[in-house]
Structures are given as C-alpha cells and as structure tokens.
Design a protein around this ligand. Structure first.
Ligand code: CTP
Length: 410
C-alpha cells in the first residue's frame, strides 16, 4: 500500500470491539499505517478475546489502549489521561467493527470503558462501521441507536451483505479495508479545495464493437484516470468517473458511469460536463470504429478479411464547442499519447482542442504510461508553460493534476 497524502500524519483513533470481524480491523490498522496515518488503537475487553493488543501494536507501531484506569501513556498523546489525549489529538475516530453493545452505549452516552469514554470526549468526525449477524443488525434497538448517533453527526458505514461466521447469510458484514479507507478519505477530504465542485474524469480505452463478440480497443488500463478521480475526491470534489476500463475498483464516493464505445463516452461526457467545474479527459478514445457492426458473429473463412473503419467524433472538440456556448466545463484538461515529437505534437493538440492543460505521455517509455503503476509526463499549459514530472506513481501525478486544476479554478 502506498502513502496517501490525505492520510499522512493524520491521527486516527481506531476503536475495535468484540466481533469476529476484528481480523479485518488488523488489516485496516496495518493499511492505514502504511498509508502514513498515525493509528492509535483502542480495544474493548471483548475485542481482546478475539485478538491480542500485541497484534495491533505490531502493525501500527503504536501502543494499544485497553484500560480506562491506566494513567500511563507513552504514545505521544497531548495529555497522559488517555481518553482525553486520544480524543483531543484525533483527526478522526473510526470504530470498526462496532458491536451492538458499543453502538447502544454511544447512543445513550454511556462511558464505562476507554472507547466509549474517548467517543464522548472527542469532537473529531466519528465513523461507525457496524458488524454483527443480520437479524441483530436489523433489530429495532440497533437501528434506532444507529439513527440516533447518525442524527448527531456520526458517519455510519452500512455493512455488507454476505455469509457470516455463523453460516447464515444477511446484512452485517464489515466492509473490506479499501471501502473503509475510501469512506475515511471522503470524510477527511470533505472540506478540501474542491468541496462542492463537480469534476468529470474519463478513463480507459474505449471498445468499438466489430460484431457481438469482438471489438477494437487499445492498451490503456484506465489507472491514471482512476488515480485522478481519487485525487479529486480527496480534495472534496463530486467526482464523476466515466470509464471504459474493466476490473478496476471505482474509487469510493465517485459517481461511476460505465461506457464501452467512444460514442457512449461522448454522450456521457456531454451530459455530465454541462455544469461541471472541470473535465479531465484521461481516456484513450478510439480514433476509428468499424463502419458497420455485424449483427451476427463473423464466421471464419479462408479469405482475407477487410474491416472498413470510420473516424469517431473527437470528444474534446465537441466539448470545446459546448464550452464556447455555455462556458462549461470551466477548465478542460487533455492528455496526449505520443510516440514521436512529443512537445510539438502535444502543443498542437493543446491549441487545436482549446485546452487549459495538456498532460503528454511518451508512450515509447517501457517503465511509464500504459498498464504500469507509474508515469512520467510533460505538462503544458495554455500560456506556453511546460513542466516535466519525473517518474512517479500515478497517484502522485493525479494529485499534481488536481492541484493544477485547483489553481486554474482560482
Ligand atoms: N480524444 C477525444 N476524442 C477522440 C480521441 C481523443 O476526446 N475521439 C482526447 C483524448 O482523451 C485525449 C486527447 O484527445 O485527452 C488526445 O488524445 P490522443 O489520442 O493523444 O490524440 P488524438 O487527438 O487522437 O490524435 P492522434 O491520435 O493523431 O495523436
């Protein structure tokens, strides 16, 4: 797991209750730590029946808090009174898994252990991820208590449906770590520089059908577009991710619009950008599509097969037209995939497509660009500025692009 700028040096108090889902909380504590957060784990007595505090201490590198009466804290808290220190210093309190008992205590303001006391003493965002058997989760007391704490401003993460340790099926499973971290990012980024702004990002190589089973596509994986959408979400934006990529999990909180062809991407882009702050066109849109789509599967024959191709509509040119008449999207960022004369071709695209920024990729590089997790780009702007970004993660490039978009919107 790579470092996440939004989580770096953030103090996250992770409250852990007694549920078999505790094993997932170990992974959560580990991934949060790897992402750069400072994780202070508070365990209830029941949680310690499932996993020892040492496990959390090992993955977080921090002392684990278990005892309300223990006045010693060597975890760098602002005061030695653990519940006050934990509550004071936290950027977020996440209780995962949260049991019915702890949820009831939170709803009624009971404070008989370190976790419930810390929850009362804090004013940071509180995130509750319930985990329990389905009948229990759906019972009236649990639902009423969750409604009470949600009405007071806590963020309740809906559990997932599936199989329980009991062998029964239902709703009540603790979501996977990626979902929990995604929700935490959304909450921590809510007041970021793009709060309230709509950003549209496209990703992936489009697929142009030949017949019902075959299509033409390209090597774009969509990873860079997904990283940009995640960076937009971390900055508080309402992100719409229009994607033709397959198999990549959509960032938590994004409005995902799945498309196949360039034509479908064109309509989705026009539909979603007419009042958007920015469009970031990271998708590798096919320039040609088969002139006719065969209704039936094309049968094998001994002769050569010639496919007639026709140009697709250039989406950025259509957006340029829309922008000239409506002013939206306010900022447009394009990409350029070039195999030769990078600067010359990229500058030409920037002008021709009326872009504010253009991110140029040299697609002949083996260690950057298509399919891999890293990228190396040249960023051109409409004032003739040019900046080279050395090889780094697609997440860092995404964050850089979002920073530039924030600057342009200002
Ligand atoms: N693009 C688009 N619509 C198309 C083709 C490309 O909006 N039908 C966008 C891409 O999403 C990218 C930019 O235009 O942001 C440049 O894409 P690229 O493939 O590099 O350039 P093309 O305009 O297709 O030109 P060429 O393939 O000749 O380099």
């Amino acid at each position: 797991m790579e470092s996440i700028a939004l989580l770096r040096d953030k103090r996250i108090v992770l409250g852990v209750c007694g549920s078999i889902a505790v094993y997932k909380a170990v992974d959560l504590a580990s991934k949060l730590t790897q992402a750069g957060a400072l994780v202070d784990v508070v365990m209830t007595a029941a949680a310690q029946r499932f996993v020892s505090p040492l496990t959390f201490q090992a993955v977080s590198g921090h002392p684990v808090y278990t005892d309300l009466w223990d006045a010693e804290s060597d975890g760098g808290l602002p005061t030695h009174i653990a519940h006050v220190g934990l509550a004071e210093s936290a950027d977020a309190l996440m209780i995962a898994p949260a049991t019915a008992h702890t949820i009831a205590k939170l709803a009624h303001g009971l404070a008989d252990d370190l976790l419930s006391l810390t929850a009362l003493a804090g004013s940071c965002p509180m995130i509750i991820a319930p985990a329990m058997d389905g009948e229990m989760y759906q019972s009236s007391p649990v639902q009423a208590n969750l409604a009470t704490i949600a009405a007071r401003g806590a963020h309740v993460i809906e559990p997932e449906t599936g199989r329980f340790a009991s062998g029964l099926q239902g709703i009540g499973r603790l979501p996977e770590t990626s979902t929990l971290i995604g929700r935490l990012r959304r909450i921590l980024g809510a007041e970021g520089e793009l709060a309230g702004q709509k950003l549209v990002v496209t990703a992936g190589g489009t697929r142009e059908a030949i017949d019902p089973v075959r299509y033409i596509t390209n090597r774009s994986s969509g990873k860079q577009g997904y990283a940009i959408a995640q960076a937009a979400l971390d900055a508080g934006a309402d992100a719409v991710l229009i994607s033709s990529a397959r198999g990549l999990p959509s960032p938590v909180g994004a409005t995902a619009v799945a498309v196949d062809s360039s034509e479908a991407m064109l309509s989705a882009v026009l539909e979603h950008t007419h009042e958007a702050a920015a469009l970031i066109m990271a998708a590798a849109v096919a320039d040609y599509r088969p002139l006719d789509i065969a209704q039936q599967k094309i049968k094998k024959a001994d002769d050569d097969l010639t496919l007639a191709l026709t140009p697709t509509t250039d989406i950025l040119m259509a957006v340029k037209k829309q922008r000239e008449s409506s002013g939206y999207p306010m900022i447009v960022v394009g990409f350029a995939a070039e195999s030769e004369r990078l600067v010359e071709n990229a500058s030409d695209k920037l002008q021709r497509k009326g872009l504010d920024l253009l991110i140029a990729n040299d697609i002949t590089a083996k260690d950057a660009g298509f399919e891999v997790d890293s990228n190396r780009v040249l960023v051109l702007d409409m004032d003739g500025g040019m900046q080279a970004i050395e090889k780094t993660s697609k997440a860092n490039i995404g964050a850089y692009i979002i920073e530039r978009v924030v600057g342009l919107l200002d």
